[in-house]
Design a protein around this ligand. Structure first.
Ligand code: C2E
Ligand code: CA
Ligand code: CA
Length: 669
C-alpha cells in the first residue's frame, strides 16, 4: 500500500515526461488502484452494515440480492479489460446502493460527499461540479424532508436538525474545497500534459513539414540537375556536330585540319614524319543509285567503322567530303612504312559490304603525302594528298599514288618488287654472281658471291631488292638459296678439277640476327657437299654490334664448323678494333668508300694506313674492296694490304663466265 503511494508520487513527478495521452490514463489508473482497496473496504463495511440491518429485520431476500449485487460489481471492477470509467461507475453504484440502505444519513453523506472529488480526479472536472451540485440539492432535499416530515433524527444518531444542518454545511464546504483543489490539480495537470502534447505535436508537425520541404527541395534540385544535364548534352551534341559529320560521327574537314595542325607541332618537336592519306570512293553516285541513299549511307558508315579499326593511338580520321575520307598515320619512320599500312587500308575498302541481303563492293582512289617531305602546313598536306587522289581518279581509280612523283615511282617499284619477290623465290630466280679476290701478284685467291635477281625482264641488282627483302623478312629464304647455290657451284668447280678456292658469301645483318642461323647454314652447306673450309661468310659490323653476346656465340659456332669469317664494310661501323680481337674473325674488309678516296685524300690515306697497321697488329688479314684503278692498287700494295677486290681485277660475273678466272689461275699455278 505504502509502495503504491510512493509509486503514485513518483508517477506524478514523472507524468510530464511521458506520453500525455497514455500517461493521463495510467495516472488515473494508479489513483484508482489506491482508492480501489479503500473503496472495497468501505463498501464491505457498508454492505455488512446493510446485511446486518436486513438480517435483523429478517429481510433475507434483500440480504441475498445485496450480496449477489455486491459480488457482481466487485467482479466487474476487478476485470482489467473493462474500461476504467465503467469500473468507476460500478464503484459508484455500490456506494449509492449501500448508502441508500444506510441506517445513518451521516455515514451516507460521508460517502456522498466523497464522490465529487473522486469524480474530479477520475472522470472530469465538469462531472465533479455537477456531482457537487447534486450533493447540495440532495442536502437541501433531505433537510427539507427532515424538517417537513418531522423525522426523529435521534434514530439516525443526529442530536438535532440544527446539528444536521451544521454538519451538512461543514461537509459541503469541505467538499467544495477538496473537489475544487483536486479538480484544479487534475485540470492543471491535464493542461500541462495537453500543452506538452501540443508542443510535441507542433514539433512533430514542424519536423514533418521540414522533411517535406527537404524532399521537395531535393526533388527540385534533381529536376534542375537533370535539366542542366539535358542542356549540356544538347550543347555537347551541338558542339560535336559543329566539328563532326552527322552520318559517320567522324571529324569533319575543319576538325581534321585542326588535328593535322596539332600533329604537325608534335612531329616537329620530335623530328618525326607522318603520312596523310586521302581516300575518294570511285563513282559513288553510281553506288547510291544502285543501293539507294540508305544503302550508300550504310556503306559509308561501315567503311568509317572499318577505317577507324585500323588506326593506332595517335592516328586520326576525318570525313572531308560526301565520298571522301582523310587519314593521318602518325610516327612513320620512312615513306616505305606506308607500304605496310596501305594493304590494310585497301582491305577495308575492298572487303564487300553487306546491304541487307545484298553484297556491295566499292572501289576507291587513294592519294598519299608526307610531312615534312611534301608539305609543312595542314592545308598543304590535305591539298597534296587530294591532288594525288584526284590524279588516280582521272586515270580510272582503284589505285593509290604518292604525291611526290619520284617517290611515287620508287614506291610503285617497291610494291612491284615486293609482289614479284615471293614468286621469284619459288622459281629460284636468285642466283650468285662471282667477283674475284686476288693477292698483290694478281693471283686468284677466292671469289665473293654477289646476289643477282634473274628476272624475266633482266638482271636486278641487290641494292634494289635487298632492303625490301630485309623489311619483309624474305631475306632469310633468299640468303639461304644464294648460300646453297654459291657452295654448290664452288663444289662443282672443285669436282670439275679447278684448284679449290674460297667462296665468300654475304650475310645481311637481319639474316645474321635471325634465330636458327647456324643450324640453317650448317644444313645448307652440308646439302651442297662443299667442305666448310672453302667457305667464308662476310658479316657487316652493324650485324654484330646490335647484340654482341648472341653474335659472339654464333661466330664461334660457325668458326667451329670450319667456316672462315670476315667483317664486311669495315670502318663504317663503330666497333673498336680492340674488341674485335676477341672475335673468331680472320679478315677485315676495308669499305669501298675509303678505297675510293686513296691515294689523293689525305684523311682517307691516314685512315686506311692505320687500319691496315692496326689490323695486322691484331692478327687480321686485310682485304680492300672496290679497287678500280692501278694507283689505288699500288698504294694498297705499298701499305701491306693482303687481298684486293674490284673492277680493276674483274667485275661480278655469272658462274659460267667466271670460269675463265679459274682457268687462268689453274694454268698459272
Ligand atoms: P658488298 O658486300 O659491299 O659488295 C660489294 C659491292 O661492291 C658489290 O655490289 C660489287 O658488285 C660492288 N663492287 C665490287 N667492286 C667494285 C668496284 O670496283 N667498283 C664499284 N663501283 N663497285 C664494286 P653488288 O653486287 O651490287 O652488291 C651490293 C651489296 O648487296 C653488297 O655489298 C652486299 O651488301 C649486298 N649483297 C650482295 N650479295 C648478297 C647476298 O648474297 N646476300 C646478302 N645478304 N647481301 C648481298
Ligand atoms: Ca661483301
Ligand atoms: Ca662494301
Amino acid at each position: 500500500m505504502i509502495r503504491r503511494l510512493i509509486d503514485l508520487w513518483k508517477h506524478l513527478v514523472e507524468v510530464s515526461r511521458y506520453d500525455p495521452e497514455k500517461d493521463l490514463d495510467r495516472w488515473r489508473e494508479q489513483l484508482f488502484t489506491v482508492i480501489y482497496p479503500l473503496a472495497l473496504l468501505a463498501g464491505l463495511a457498508v454492505c455488512a452494515d446493510t446485511l446486518h440491518t436486513a438480517f435483523v429485520e429478517q429481510r433475507f431476500l434483500l440480504t441475498v440480492a445485496a450480496c449477489v449485487a455486491y459480488l457482481f460489481v466487485m467482479t466487474l471492477m476487478s476485470l482489467r479489460f473493462v474500461p476504467i470509467r465503467a469500473r468507476m461507475a460500478a464503484g459508484l453504484v455500490i456506494f449509492f446502493s449501500s448508502v441508500f440502505y444506510q441506517s445513518s444519513p451521516l455515514v451516507g453523506y460521508l460517502f456522498l460527499f466523497s464522490l465529487p472529488p473522486l469524480i474530479a480526479i477520475l472522470v472530469s472536472f465538469h462531472a465533479a461540479l455537477s456531482a457537487l451540485g447534486a450533493n447540495v440539492l440532495l442536502f437541501i432535499a433531505t433537510t427539507y424532508h427532515f424538517a417537513t416530515f418531522d423525522v426523529d433524527l435521534q434514530n439516525f444518531g443526529i442530536p438535532s436538525l440544527d446539528r444536521w444542518i451544521l454538519y451538512g454545511i461543514v461537509f459541503l464546504v469541505l467538499d467544495i474545497i477538496v473537489t475544487l483543489s483536486f479538480g484544479l490539480l487534475t485540470k492543471g495537470l491535464a493542461q500541462v500534459i495537453a500543452l506538452e502534447r501540443e508542443v510535441r505535436h507542433a514539433l512533430m508537425e514542424r519536423e514533418k513539414r521540414l522533411t517535406e520541404l527537404n524532399t521537395r527541395l531535393s526533388e527540385e534540385m534533381e529536376r534542375r540537375e537533370r535539366m542542366r544535364e539535358e542542356l549540356s548534352e544538347t550543347e555537347r551534341k551541338a558542339a560535336f556536330y559543329l566539328s563532326h559529320d552527322r552520318l559517320t560521327n567522324l571529324p569533319n574537314r575543319a576538325a581534321f585540319l585542326q588535328r593535322l595542325s596539332v600533329e604537325i607541332m608534335r612531329a616537329r618537336n620530335r623530328g618525326w614524319m607522318f603520312g596523310v592519306v586521302s581516300i575518294g570512293l570511285d563513282r559513288f553516285k553510281h553506288v547510291n543509285g544502285m543501293y539507294g541513299t540508305a544503302g550508300g549511307d550504310a556503306i559509308l558508315n561501315s567503311l568509317a567503322e572499318r577505317l577507324r579499326g585500323i588506326l593506332r593511338d595517335h592516328d586520326a580520321i576525318g570525313r572531308v567530303g560526301d565520298d571522301r575520307f582523310m587519314l593521318l598515320f602518325s610516327d612513320i619512320a620512312r615513306p616505305e612504312d606506308m607500304l605496310v599500312i596501305l594493304p590494310r587500308v585497301w582491305e577495308t575498302i575492298e572487303r564487300p559490304f553487306q546491304i541487307e541481303t545484298q553484297e556491295a563492293q566499292v572501289s576507291a582512289s587513294i592519294g598519299i603525302c608526307f610531312f615534312p617531305l611534301d608539305g609543312t602546313t595542314a592545308e598543304a598536306l590535305v591539298k597534296e594528298a587530294e591532288a594525288a587522289m584526284f590524279a588516280v581518279k582521272e586515270s580510272g581509280g582503284g589505285a593509290h599514288r604518292f604525291f611526290d612523283a619520284k617517290m611515287n615511282a620508287e614506291m610503285i617499284e617497291r610494291v612491284t618488287i615486293e609482289r614479284k619477290m615471293r614468286d621469284a623465290i619459288k622459281r629460284d630466280e636468285f642466283i650468285p654472281f662471282f667477283q674475284p679476290k686476288v693477292d698483290r701478284f694478281g693471283y686468284l685467291l677466292g671469289m665473293e658471291a654477289l646476289i643477282r635477281w634473274n628476272d624475266s625482264e633482266g638482271i636486278i641488282l641487290p641494292d634494289r631488292f635487298i632492303p625490301i627483302a630485309e623489311q619483309n623478312g624474305t631475306i632469310v629464304e633468299i640468303g639461304e638459296r644464294v648460300l646453297y647455290h654459291a657452295c654448290r657451284q664452288n663444289r662443282q668447280w672443285q669436282e670439275n678439277g679447278f684448284v679449290p678456292k674460297k667462296v665468300s658469301v654475304n650475310i645481311s645483318p637481319f639474316e645474321f640476327r635471325s634465330p636458327g642461323l647456324v643450324r640453317r647454314i650448317r644444313e645448307t652447306v652440308e646439302k651442297s657437299g662443299l667442305d666448310p673450309l672453302w667457305l667464308e661468310l662476310e658479316i657487316t659490323e652493324s650485324g654484330i654490334i646490335r647484340n654482341e653476346q648472341d653474335a659472339l656465340r654464333k661466330l664461334r659456332e660457325l668458326h667451329e664448323i670450319g667456316i672462315s669469317l670476315s667483317i664486311d664494310d669495315f670502318g663504317t661501323g663503330y666497333s673498336a678494333l680492340s674488341k674485335l680481337k676477341d672475335y673468331p674473325v680472320d679478315t677485315l674488309k676495308i669499305d669501298k668508300s675509303f678505297i675510293d678516296c686513296v691515294p689523293h685524300d689525305k684523311r682517307a690515306v691516314t685512315i686506311v694506313v692505320s687500319l691496315i697497321r692496326l689490323a695486322h697488329n691484331l692478327g687480321f688479314k686485310v682485304v680492300a674492296e672496290g679497287v678500280e684503278r692501278s694507283e689505288q692498287f699500288e698504294f694498297l700494295v705499298v701499305h701491306g694490304c693482303d687481298q684486293f677486290q674490284g673492277y680493276f681485277f674483274g667485275r661480278p660475273l655469272a658462274a659460267s663466265e667466271f670460269e675463265h678466272h679459274l682457268h687462268s689461275s689453274t694454268s698459272s699455278s
